[in-house]
Write a protein of this length. Structure first.
Length: 227
């Protein structure tokens, strides 16, 4: 065999080996890619609130006009929350470890016949926040359900607590922060609005903790939750 023919044969053999190796290595990867594409895409785990957020951060995290649910608008100004409002309605004292908080209220289509409310409460530790959260959400387990998807470190929706009708409460704890949302009137057993407000408020806190501006809105979260 001439030197030229030997060189050509050698090159062709090398190409065949590389092609075979490539086929073997691509097989599992291709199957893996197909398998991954069949799985639902999940959002990265939310960062818990661990920093000592300033009062200004808490105020900015509260939803404003155009950031809350459609048809709802701020009723008055965003307020600084007193400690006792971070406890259950049966307890009129400031819970242990409370640091600061903020709250806002909303009216529907210019009327105060139905209202919505958001409270943010910051604590000195996860332990203090967890204890306050457990008290805050109450014990009516038959009226409680878990949000889908979950919000924060732990979260609960309460449908028509106590003797109320057409009212939904949403509670979440993320690290050292607790958030409560209440939406009155016309909600029936649909908690999607309360959950959207809850999720948006937490994500705004997370943005501020990262040194960014609070830009997430309740309509954003409603749209993201649609199938």
């Amino acid at each position: 065999m001439s030197r030229v023919r030997l060189t050509v044969v050698t090159v062709l053999a090398g190409i065949a080996v590389l092609t075979a190796c490539s086929s073997r290595s691509d097989g599992p990867n291709s199957a893996s890619s197909k398998g991954d594409s069949d799985k639902p895409v999940t959002a990265p785990a939310a960062k818990p609130i661990t920093k000592e957020l300033a009062q200004a951060d808490i105020t900015q995290a509260l939803l404003g006009d155009g950031e809350t649910l459609p048809g709802w608008s701020l009723h008055g100004d965003k307020d600084v929350t007193d400690g006792e409002y971070c406890n259950s309605s049966d307890n009129d004292f400031t819970p242990a470890g409370w640091v600061r908080g903020g709250d806002s209220s909303y009216e529907y289509n210019g009327s105060t016949e139905n209202m919505a409310f958001v409270h943010i409460c910051l604590f000195d530790s996860v332990k203090s926040a967890t204890k306050a959260y457990t008290t805050w959400k109450g014990t009516e387990t038959s009226k409680q359900q878990a949000p889908k998807p979950p919000v924060g470190s732990e979260s609960t929706l309460v449908i028509n607590p106590g003797a109320s009708e057409d009212t939904v409460y949403g509670f979440t704890r993320s690290g050292r922060a607790n958030i409560r949302v209440k939406v009155e009137g016309g909600t029936g057993d649909d908690p999607s609005g309360a959950q959207a407000m809850l999720s948006a408020t937490l994500k705004r806190l997370q943005q501020l903790q990262d040194g960014k501006s609070a830009t997430v809105t309740a309509p954003d979260e409603l749209a993201a939750a649609k199938p």
